[in-house]
Each structure stands twice: as C-alpha cells, then as structure tokens.
Write a protein that binds this ligand. Sequence first.
Ligand SMILES: [Zn+2]
Length: 234
Amino acid sequence: MRVIDVFSNNFDKILGKKRRIKFIILHYTGMQSTIESISRLKSQKFKVSCHYLISKNGYVYRLVSEKNVAWHAGKSRWREFVNLNICSVGIEIQNKGHGKNYEMYGIKQVSAVRKLCQKLRKKYKIPLKNILGHSDISPLRKKDPGEKFPWKLIIYIPSIKKLSKKKIKEKKSLIRENFFKNLKLIGYRYFKIKTKKPTDRMIIKAFQMRYFPEKVSGKIDKKTYILSQLLAQK
Ligand SMILES: [Zn+2]
C-alpha cells in the first residue's frame, strides 16, 4: 500500500513505553476537499489531526506516526475505555459530511479503508469489533462516518433478512431497558439503563448508523432491538 507522508504537528508523544493500540476509529472529514482537510489536520489553530487520511479516489496520506497520539476522537468512551485517542489509530475519510452534501463513499476509497484496516489489525492484533466510528464513541457529539459508510464491508453485521423471521419474546415495557443493557454490553456509553433521557435518541441513531443504516430513526423498532440482542451475545 502506497502511503503519502504529509506531516502534522498535532500529536502527543508517549514517553517511555510503547503505545498499546487496541482500536481503529473511522471518521469523515466534513470538509469540501482533501486539500482543505489536510490543511485543517495540520493547522495549529484547530488542534485536530489523525494518523491517516483517505481521499475520495483512495490515496492514503499519513499525517501522524502510529507511535504517537493523534487528536481525532476528543472526549469519548467505549466499554471501560475513556479518551480513545490514547489507544487508537484514527482514520479520516474524505466526505463533505451531514448537512453539507453528504455523499456516497467512493469504491476506491472504501477499498483503501479496508486494506488499511486489515494491515493495522494484523500488526496490532485488533479484533474486528474494535473498529469503531467516531459516532460510536462520542454519540452525543458526532455523526461520522455516518449511515452512508458501508460498515458491512468492514465488520460483521448480522443479516437483516434473517432478523425479520425472529420474534421478540420480552414484554413491551422491558424493551427499552433491555435494549440499553445490550448496548452497554456491546460497548456504548453515555446513557442510563434505568432512566430515560432525551439524548437516548442519539445513542439509538449511532447504533443504527453502524448496524442498520437502512433505517436511522432513533427509535427501537423490532429489527433494531433484535440486532442489539444478537450483537450483545457475541
Ligand atoms: Zn470524527
């Protein structure tokens, strides 16, 4: 894989020991072009960066060395992990983003994301389920890479067809609570199992953008619920 080096100064060094990389975090840039994205990811003013940036036509740029901590995730949580910058590689994928002519990802672009993920997974022994979107780890603040990102080409997603035949056995009154119990087991945070919050919708949407992009409603419908059950058992 050809990598083009474009140096960004926006990173932290880990002093002494080597950094333990456990996650790959995928983002979209939310910028109009790759050139604009690079300039922001290098800018001293914005203080953001990533390890890799993948252009629309699948070029791979490296901005920060994997051994250093890039500034891509910000405030974030997943399972017992807090501030995932420390233990992840951040990949920005060029896309204008929601509300700015959110576009389909390119075929060459997705193929480059796949190859890069495969390479990193092998190198750091990262399980498939540890490839996450920014919206998974910061669901109250972020929507990237969003429902147009073809997660099914990157991670395991139970088939929707099979789900249609399944029945929900639980009482209706328990659905919400059980759903969030499942999400907690999967790794999502920023909600309470017993207490409803207005922000719950954003968590449900984050889950749907990844696992059920055909229907990002923010509501726990049957398929969304069953998906959560299947994934929590994994
Ligand atoms: Zn992001």
